[in-house]
Design a protein around this ligand. Structure first.
Ligand code: NAD
Length: 268
């Protein structure tokens, strides 16, 4: 079955990567692109915007104008815009893949409520590789539960303002859950000075910032005599976009509910 895909925030960094991924994917058809209502780009060809040449998909300023032209919406915009878009899609039986981050607790509750009537797939990182790493980390932590010190190092570009990355924190959570530890109690963020010997229960985080690094994460399990490292390196936003397009095709089969990439990749 071919999935007709619409993309909101089409002029954004992720929007352009999503257009590229949707056009390249088998089983997907890129049919609608939405920008802000006040955008000077309205009417322009979405393919040209993404540097792909003419695709015959004109940018529009309102999701409602193209509501009959797609099956699944992929939305990487901003929390309130995403909630409005989901509400409209829910009314019209459309599924939504949500990459937007930064939802407040109240907004997360609104999103959960919308999942009663619409099928939603939400992930703060849509990279297939990162989501596979979450599973690998769960397995590794269970096998290496005794005598292995766990440390997480992440690197990102110089513009990233938060630390550690949400993905590093999620990796820490996966390991802590597998080890039956509370990350809030065992996480150590950076070390300096005379820090004393390492508490074996702790999970350490270290952050590197610089250049144009899209996102590197390494989780090390270190024991006497051996060290296991699980590393993911993203070199392009296409890693996230390809995962989101894969999620769109998977989600088209669902009527309602809240899903994530572990569901899409059947890793539960
Ligand atoms: P961006 O600023 O380049 O693009 C955002 C786009 O959304 C812009 O085109 C903007 O016009 C549009 N937009 C914002 N508010 C809007 C509104 N109220 N109404 C209509 N359009 C609106 O940002 P980006 O780097 O593309 O990231 C977008 C979102 O995706 C962020 O929340 C970011 O954290 C998230 N993100 C998620 C993943 C993931 O894998 N889940 C990966 C990368 C980025």
């Amino acid at each position: 079955m071919t999935t007709r895909i619409a993309i909101t925030g089409a002029a954004g960094r992720m929007g352009k990567a999503l257009i590229e991924a949707a056009v390249a994917a088998g089983g997907a058809d890129f049919t609608a692109a939405i920008v802000r209502p006040e955008s000077s780009l309205i009417g322009a060809d979405a393919g040209e915007l993404a540097g792909l040449g003419k695709l015959g998909v004109a940018l529009v300023g309102n999701l409602a104008d193209v509501i009959n032209d797609f099956d699944v919406l992929i939305d990487f915009t901003a929390p309130q815009a995403t909630l409005d878009n989901i509400a409209l899609c829910a009314q019209h039986g459309k599924q939504v893949v949500i990459g937007t981050t930064g939802f407040s607790e109240d907004e997360k509750q609104q999103l959960n409520k919308l999942a009663d009537t619409a099928a939603l797939c939400v992930a703060s990182n849509f990279s297939t590789g990162v989501n596979l790493c979450f599973k690998l980390l769960d397995v590794a932590a269970r096998v290496l539960s005794n005598g292995y010190d766990v440390e997480i190092v992440e690197a990102h570009h110089r513009h990233k303002v938060d630390s550690p990355s949400g993905t590093a924190l999620r990796m820490g959570e996966v390991v802590a859950n597998a080890l039956d530890r509370d990350l809030g109690k065992v996480a150590v963020y950076g070390r300096e000075g005379v820090i004393g010997v390492r508490d074996p229960q702790t999970i350490g985080f270290a952050t590197v910032r610089g250049g144009d690094v899209v996102g590197d994460h390494t989780v090390s399990f270190m024991a006497d005599g051996e060290r296991i490292e699980i590393t993911h390196k993203a070199s392009s936003r296409l890693a996230f976009a390809n995962g989101a397009v894969r999620a769109a095709s998977w989600l088209q089969q669902r009527d309602s509910g809240l899903f994530d990439m572990q569901d899409v990749l059947e890793l539960r």
